[in-house]
Design a protein around this ligand. Structure first.
Ligand SMILES: [Zn+2]
Length: 146
């Protein structure tokens, strides 16, 4: 059983795409931290399927279930969500986490036959008034062309 126990319900199909998030967390907000944190905080406040950090990847929710990660019904129900952790910490560590997050995204694309493009690989701020994924946007140009 996953840490998040299917709290957001079954999605009823395979993920159709992937949302990338940045956690706005400190250097200490690693996978071990989120493993504990998710069990002591209300999941209604938000959670993702996977947390990618310097100490590894925490798979917090099974792929068959939705997650409350982007504040939008279609995104929550139909997309796999990846949190790039430690986004307020050391840049090189963040970039390594981001690289591993994109590897995970590629793996999920292969697994579910998702063709990676701007409709399937999404950034949180595309669908919600948020800076997330703040650091990825900051270090990769600062613009999203819709
Ligand atoms: Zn986000």
């Amino acid at each position: 059983m996953s840490i998040c126990r299917g709290a957001a319900g079954l999605r009823g199909g395979n993920p159709r795409g992937i949302f990338i998030h940045n956690d706005a967390g400190s250097q200490n907000a690693n996978a071990a931290f989120y493993r504990k944190w998710l069990q002591t905080h209300p999941l209604e406040n938000g959670f993702a399927h996977a947390y990618v950090a310097s100490d590894g990847i925490l798979y917090a929710e099974d792929d068959a279930y939705a997650a409350w990660h982007c504040g939008q019904t279609d995104g929550n129900r139909n997309y796999y969500s990846i949190e790039v952790c430690q986004s307020m910490g050391d840049l090189e560590i963040f970039k390594k986490n981001e690289e591993n997050a994109l590897k995970l995204a590629a793996q999920k694309c292969k697994q579910y036959g998702i063709v990676p493009n701007t409709n399937t690989i999404r950034l949180h701020k595309e669908v919600f008034a948020t800076a997330c994924p703040h650091r990825s946007v900051e270090i990769h140009g600062g613009h999203i062309w819709l």
